[in-house]
Design a protein around this ligand. Structure first.
Ligand code: GN1
Ligand code: MG
Length: 372
């Protein structure tokens, strides 16, 4: 997707947006957000009722069975809405709604076979790519805790696996080794740094899967992608009000989520920075996120869960670096890129972040320990 849309694309988009428009008229469709996989658009309506909705083209190269995503979303949103009706929270909390077409379908296919779906926009909210302050860190943590809490009574097998192998680090490592065997990457200092970085952490890559296999960590439902900009904040109260991007809500480990939330929330430079050498893991923000998270999650976390929090933070940063680096070597077939070296630059950021996490291990473990 480019930021610049041709008239013909806009006409096509308006036509698709119209399918999901039950009230009012579409006045504009604009590229929206910074997703690396799907194409996302914000649709504006002239309706006095709901002014915006989010229209997305699902990347079916990645999500091979997009209908499973919609099925999961309906199960998930239905469950959470019931829970909230039975036990209302004493603060604003929103669940994105799946929007249906005029023919009452949860998706539509265009003439090219692309898969489109629409979701409600959380009114009066915004998201951030980097953390603004500690209060916000606590809110991000609270949001993830609330998200986990609201699905803690939905049996994991009720949701389908929308993306096999997602967050299974040993599989990413295997894929990386396969790609590497087929390529001869240019020997720049950056590439050499990445090659060595991965080769030094081959055993570590198994830490969470081993814990899962030996029953130390139970299979639960997870979000899959709770990075900082998937948490929506109420513009007037500055409180977190929703966790969006529900495509990867599926059985997994809550540790993948904890790791993902912290690796994205505690990197003040953001994951798209060019200044990778300056990247560091901010332990004050880490404390803030964990405080917020545990204020809700304490109820369902076990002793073993606490034991693996540090490993999860380190692993998910490493894993994302590995995924970016493997995609760079494979010539950018998975993540959208703006230029050829984009995935290499992203990998360097995550590896530098991992290094910073490793160098502060004792401190991070103490933060976790003190919060029990
Ligand atoms: C992808 O498309 P987006 O930005 O929501 C990726 C996540 C990564 C993230 C890094 C399905 O998410 O796993 O953490 O990029 N999603 C998928 O920004 O691979
Ligand atoms: Mg996502």
């Amino acid at each position: 997707m480019t930021d610049y849309l041709k008239t013909q694309d806009i006409d096509n988009l308006i036509q698709i947006a119209n399918q999901f428009t039950l009230q009012g008229k579409v006045t504009s469709v604009k590229a929206f957000g910074s997703g690396n996989i799907n194409d996302t658009f914000l649709v504006t309506l002239d309706s006095s009722n709901e002014k915006y909705f989010v229209l997305q083209r699902i990347n079916t190269q990645v999500f091979r069975q997009p209908e499973l995503i919609m099925q999961n979303m309906c199960t998930f949103t239905g469950h959470v809405r019931n829970r909230l009706q039975l036990h209302p929270l004493n603060r604003r909390w929103e669940v994105p709604r799946v929007l249906f077409t005029k023919d009452d379908q949860d998706c539509c296919r265009d003439i090219n076979g692309s898969f489109w779906r629409a979701i409600s926009f959380i009114a009066g909210s915004q998201s951030f790519d980097t953390m603004q302050n500690i209060e916000q860190a606590k809110e991000i943590g609270y949001a993830l805790g609330m998200f986990h809490n609201l699905i803690s009574d939905l049996p994991p097998q009720r949701l389908a696996d929308t993306l096999e192998g997602f967050h299974i680090t040993p599989l990413y490592l295997q894929h990386y080794n396969e790609v590497l065997a087929k390529t001869s990457p240019c020997q720049s200092p950056e590439v050499n740094y990445c090659l060595k970085f991965v080769s030094d952490r081959q055993t570590f890559a198994h830490v969470l899967e081993n814990a899962k296999a030996t029953g130390k960590l139970p299979l639960r439902l997870m979000h899959g992608d709770p990075k900082i900009n998937n948490v929506m904040f109420d513009i007037s109260t500055q409180q977190a009000v929703s966790v969006i991007d529900l495509d990867t809500v599926k059985p997994g480990l809550v540790h993948y989520d904890i790791g993902d939330c912290l690796r994205s929330g505690c990197n003040p430079a953001g994951e798209e920075t060019e200044a990778w050498e300056k990247v560091f893991f901010d332990t004050d923000l880490c404390r803030g996120i964990l405080q917020g998270y545990l204020s809700v999650a304490q109820e369902f976390l076990t002793e073993n869960d606490y034991t693996y929090i540090y490993d999860a933070i380190r692993l998910i940063a490493f894993e994302l670096g590995l995924r970016f680096f493997a995609d760079y070597l494979a010539e950018n077939v998975y993540f959208k890129v703006k230029h050829r070296e984009h995935n290499l630059a992203r990998a360097l950021v995550q590896f530098k972040l991992t290094e910073s996490i490793e160098s502060q291990e004792a401190n991070i473990r103490k933060i976790i320990q003190d919060m029990k």
